[in-house]
Design a protein around this ligand. Structure first.
Ligand code: NAD
Length: 251
């Protein structure tokens, strides 16, 4: 039996999609048949290149630059996506930053910035999408957490708190929206090879690989495949879960 992950007719919004994991998610959704709005805070040219990739798949794409932690920008972004591409059916809250430091050296500003981007951003985008999906009784929201949100990590109090918060938000929203046919799930990637992790020293990378049962670093496409599955009708009875994509690191 082949598993079809058909997203024909879907309209997706992926935040933080100018590069890294978000970029691969946008392209994988397009390959599966979705029209895709590509959001990021910076680098409009990179977003335009992702949209060109979406269009090469025969799908419609749209660049929507916005800061996901800004309520007005988020609302305007969602209105524009629906005006130009149609009713949103898939939202992927992927935008993220890190400001790592040990707690005694971590500024309140760095704590707030990380929580604002990940947790407030996921709340604002989910809220704007949920209002619309609720009325239409259909939709899938996928939130990017992390193995760090499940297990914690020294030097990442801000990031771990935000990613753990996303898990609570995901489960609560799944309960609020399930009765209206809207599914809400999270993905918890382990170590994925992107700009966010390439900054780590070689020793730290080696330690992570040694502690990963599959003894490897993940690729953005590994996370993108999980997103496509959770967005697709094949996951129609799955809501409120956290799917680890981590080579076993979180076990
Ligand atoms: P990345 O830094 O390569 O990409 C993140 C993107 O988000 C960037 O393009 C950035 O401009 C954008 N962004 C940041 N703040 C934004 C804002 N306020 N509004 C809109 N866009 C914003 O990171 P990545 O490695 O691709 O990570 C993507 C997601 O996956 C993040 O949520 C990250 O925490 C999570 N994650 C990554 C890993 C990993 O190993 N790389 C592991 C677990 C979870």
């Amino acid at each position: 039996m082949t598993i079809e992950l058909d997203l024909n007719g879907a309209v997706a919004l992926v935040t933080g999609a100018g590069r890294g994991i978000g970029r691969d998610i946008a392209l994988a959704l397009a390959v599966a048949g979705a029209d895709v709005a590509v959001n990021d805070l910076a680098d409009e040219a990179a977003c335009a290149a992702v949209v060109a990739g979406v269009e090469e798949c025969g799908r419609r794409g749209l660049v929507v630059m916005a800061d996901v932690s800004d309520e007005q920008q988020v609302e305007a972004m969602v209105v524009r996506v629906e005006d130009e591409l149609g009713p949103l059916s898939v939202v992927v809250n992927n935008a993220g930053i890190t400001r790592d430091n040990v707690v005694m050296m971590m500024s309140a500003a760095d704590f707030d910035a990380v929580v604002a981007t990940h947790l407030r951003g996921t709340f604002l985008v989910s809220k704007a999408a949920a209002r619309r999906m609720f009325r239409r009784r259909a939709g899938s929201i996928i939130n990017m957490s992390s193995v760090v949100g499940r297990r914690g990590n020294a030097g990442q109090v801000n990031y771990a708190a935000a990613k753990a918060g996303i898990l609570g938000l995901t489960k609560s929203l799944a309960k609020e929206l399930g009765g209206r046919g809207v599914r809400v799930n999270a993905i918890a990637p382990g170590y994925i090879d992107t700009a966010m992790t390439q900054a780590l020293p070689e020793e730290a990378r080696k330690l992570i690989v040694d502690n990963t049962p599959l003894r490897a670093i993940g690729a953005p496409a590994d996370v993108a495949d999980a997103v496509v599955f959770l967005a697709s009708p094949r996951a129609r009875f799955i809501t409120g879960v956290t799917l680890p994509v981590d080579g076993g690191l979180g076990v």
